[in-house]
Design a protein around this ligand. Sequence first.
Ligand SMILES: Cc1cc2nc3c(=O)[nH]c(=O)nc-3n(C[C@H](O)[C@H](O)[C@H](O)COP(=O)(O)O)c2cc1C
Length: 334
Amino acid sequence: MGFGPPTRWSNGKVMKLGKLDIDKPLIMAPMENVTDAPFRAIMRRLGADMVFTEFTSCEALIRDIAKADKKVTIFEEERPIGIQIFGSHIDSMVRAAQKVEQFAPDFIDINAGCWSKSHVSRGECAALLKDLPHFEKIVQAVVKSVSVPVTVKTRLGWDQDSIVILDVAKMVEQVGAQALTVHCRTRNQGYKGKADWKWLEEIRKKIVIPLIGNGDVKTPQDAKFLFDLGCDGVMVGRQAVADPWIFQEIKEFLKTGKIPPIKPWKEKIKICLEHLQLSVKYKGEAHGVITFRKHYSGYLHGFPHAAKLRCDLMQMINFEDIRQTLDKIQGWNE
Ligand SMILES: Cc1cc2nc3c(=O)[nH]c(=O)nc-3n(C[C@H](O)[C@H](O)[C@H](O)COP(=O)(O)O)c2cc1C
């Protein structure tokens, strides 16, 4: 009896990942020093269907380094969430995966995409794209060692002359990964050039596990384009910092074909303050305020004299001063 070709796990509408069934999921990309717990919680509230932790070193995790443990600590309001780990040693990756499983993520993601020299020189992250047999061993060993779904996030290849994503896609599926995210650039590109989305169509033909498209999604139209290419999920990184309402805008566009009007300032400032408050609660006032600074431009984009306002906010170190400054502009011109 022939079984025919395996069918796609997800039906082009609902993505299946472990116990999760999510309708056309829009996913917040993992971003080091950006997607901390406060930002993830806000993104979930503003429409992201799924989030990831920042990537965390398996070596730091297995040595119980407090900073690493904090990175993989998750809160109920963030779910569904994946914990992302990276490393080059199979044993360390297995032990780290087993450790983070105790933090009860909805899935564990293996980073095979970070391009930074400090990581690839140690055989971590995108360096795995240069050694597929080792990459395979890591994914296989991690899959076998935990009972939550394991997923992989990677790039097209090391450089334009070594695009290996089709082999990688088949490989990760064969060894039991349950979803694949592809940032459509090579390692050598870093963030240069434009993400080459055409590969997503080819990858789609090779695998039945969910495929998440990533790289340069900046508008609702971009997200629709990736779904139309056959992606089960679409991941957004930098644009969610530039425009924290991007997920809501994409959702509305997918539903109605229309882009919703820009949120009133009152709402933008309210969310900005809530986000800052979470940051202060999570990290303490000084660290919470300083690490929040990268978010002012997204929340205040388009505000008259935003540059001057941002400059003033950048100097402030007390939550109360910031609150009073932002309170003054609530309801501006509305
Ligand atoms: C500041 C920053 C930090 C990042 N950190 C991670 C990370 O921890 N793990 C990861 O898989 N990708 C990381 N990335 C890559 C993003 O997840 C994403 O693949 C990339 O930014 C392309 O998507 P975008 O064009 O929507 O931003 C990071 C990107 C940026 C800009």
